[in-house]
Design a protein around this ligand. Structure first.
Ligand code: PLP
Length: 230
């Protein structure tokens, strides 16, 4: 099969699975955005995905995204999301390249993002990443710190807080994964109330667990392998 045909079939399958999961939860499938995760995927394949109608793309490393898109930018309708750990010394590039930064998890990063966004005269949409399961090897703030991080983002005039992001534990049972997604949603609800500020986005769910995430309220699923293969 041609690469484009295989990609089209994968996308069709992912869309169908999202639709079924949304239906089970009584949700509108149109309220779930696919963020196609293109780490390790060549620029030409990203273009095929764009041609098939995908508009949101996720990269987890600033350096790789720069190499792929700085000289050969995506069309203006496409949006690039940073979904991986952001080093403070990469913020300058990140603020230029990305439409949204999903991995905001600490105060010094917020300060540097604010400084660079102001300097570039833009207000950048962000998500606060929460390490819901408190895994030691994962980035993201502790759930108990989330309010402090959210407050800092809300006080930064050049950052636009849109919601929360999490990564579920890798190898564990369905009940445990579902509990993590439900906990992120509950935390979002609490933070919305506490700050009287709308947090519409929940970025959760990847190839292994996106249906559970959709059932638990995801508005963005970050899908790599189910679209592009391993
Ligand atoms: C790689 C990655 C994904 C996509 O993972 P798949 O299992 O390939 O769908 C999603 N989110 C983050 C943060 C990632 O690094």
């Amino acid at each position: 099969m041609m690469e484009q045909d295989r990609l089209a079939a994968n996308l069709e399958q992912v869309r169908r699975r999202i639709a079924h999961a949304a239906e089970r939860a009584g949700r509108d499938p149109a309220a779930v955005k696919i963020v196609a995760v293109t780490k390790g995927v060549p620029r030409a394949t990203v273009q095929l995905a764009y041609n098939l109608g995908l508009r949101a793309f996720g990269e987890n490393r600033v350096q790789e995204a720069l190499q792929k898109f700085a000289v050969d930018p995506l069309p203006a309708e496409a949006e690039l999301h940073l979904i991986g750990y952001l080093q403070t010394n990469k913020v300058r590039h990140a603020v230029k390249l990305f439409a949204m930064i999903q991995s905001v998890d600490r105060i010094p990063l917020i300060q540097e993002l604010e400084r660079r966004a102001e300097r570039q005269g833009r207000r950048i949409p962000v998500l606060v990443q929460v390490n819901v399961a408190r895994e030691t090897q994962k980035h993201g703030c502790d759930p108990l710190q989330a309010a402090e991080i959210v407050r800092a983002v809300l006080e930064a005039p050049h950052l636009e807080l849109r919601g929360l992001m999490t990564i579920a534990p890798l190898s564990s049972c369905e009940t445990e994964i579902r509990r993590v997604f439900a906990a992120l949603r509950t935390l979002r609800d609490e933070l919305q109330d506490r700050f009287s500020y709308p947090l519409p986005e929940l970025s959760m769910g990847m190839t292994n667990d996106f249906e559970l995430a959709v059932e638990e309220g995801a508005t963005m699923v970050r899908i790599g392998r189910a679209l592009f293969g391993a």
